[in-house]
Design a protein around this ligand. Structure first.
Ligand code: CTP
Length: 293
């Protein structure tokens, strides 16, 4: 009996155990396919726990990642559906690992995930009935992005040259893809689709903007040489902020440029691995068919 005269069960509304959903992966060069995966996984329970592999493990299983461990951890922590991040997790998901972190189910996209040795990384959690699947987002993956970036660097140009288009960043993703990426950030409330490069007086008035912020990276002028932030600067509402990270698209391009042979090998190894997996799945299906005859 508690102080208010009620038994424990009458005192508090029956507390249902919160479902903790586990998602693990590399999450290299975090993209909107990753964000959409985490959005779907969060809908499967209450608490979303994202576990990331170390760079050493990724190198052994897939090849050298482009982003560092710290960068990947920070990027996943900034996604709005993520509640907890666990660092340095092995590439094989065991039931013990889930239990250690008090997770009820493990979720992954509907693509086949195999280790470097071709073994299903989720075999154990599937057998234990703890495996759930969400739909993989079509048209984007780290391998895909890497391929696009490699093509840019293979044109015998250095990263800084290929990334500047009339003084602005050349977009690697479409507008729709970039909008989805930014919306996934937990600090973002709204996105203006197709906002002009210059912040105009009418935009400041119509959107009732109090401050306009920019990081420490250089601001590229308009074609006519004018400053795109002239209006907020004149109003005294322009501020620069410190992001705490030196990562930029140029830095990513530079890394790929410096290690391009390793990345070419990584992507070809991924293609070859996918072919092997498809081949072994086909063999398994064929032998099951023969056994059923
Ligand atoms: N994922 C997804 N949709 C995508 C890409 C990834 O749903 N377009 C999911 C995967 O199924 C996995 C998680 O995101 O559950 C992390 O995947 P990861 O292997 O890190 O990302 P990929 O982009 O698939 O990387 P890679 O191309 O190197 O395999």
């Amino acid at each position: 009996m508690s102080s208010n005269g009620l038994t424990e069960s009458e005192d508090a509304p029956a507390t249902q155990k919160q479902v903790r959903v586990w998602v693990d992966g590399c999450f290299d060069m975090v993209h909107f396919g990753h964000a959409n995966a985490l959005r779907q996984a969060k809908l499967m329970g209450d608490i979303l726990v994202v576990a990331l592999h170390s760079n050493a493990d990724i190198t052994a299983h897939k090849g050298l990642p482009v982003t560092t461990e710290e960068e990947r951890y920070k990027m996943i922590r900034a996604i709005k559906w993520v509640d907890e991040v666990i660092e340095d997790i092995p590439c094989y998901t065991s039931v013990e690992l889930l239990e250690k972190h008090n997770c009820d189910i493990c979720a992954h996209g509907d693509d086949f995930a195999a280790n470097a040795d071709g073994v299903d990384s989720y075999a154990a959690v599937k057998t234990a009935g703890k495996y759930r699947e969400y739909k993989r987002t079509e048209g984007v993956s780290t391998t895909d992005l890497l391929q696009r970036l490699l093509q840019m660097t293979q044109q015998h140009l250095c990263a800084n040259e290929v990334n500047r288009y009339e003084g602005r960043s050349y977009p690697i993703m479409s507008l729709q893809q970039r909008v989805l990426s930014v919306l996934a950030c937990k600090y973002v409330s709204d996105v203006i689709i197709g906002a002009p490069y210059t912040v105009t007086e009418s935009m400041l008035d119509n959107l009732k903007v109090d401050y306009v912020l920019h990081g420490q990276t250089p601001v590229y002028p308009n074609k006519d040489g004018s400053d795109p932030y002239e209006a907020p600067k004149t109003r005294g509402i322009y501020r620069t902020i410190e992001s705490g990270s030196a990562l930029t698209t140029d830095v990513i391009l530079q890394r790929i440029y410096e290690h391009r042979l390793e990345y070419i090998r990584r992507n070809s190894a991924k293609e070859a691995k996918e072919e092997r997996v498809l081949e072994s799945l086909k063999k398994r299906r064929d032998s099951a068919r023969v056994a059923n005859v």
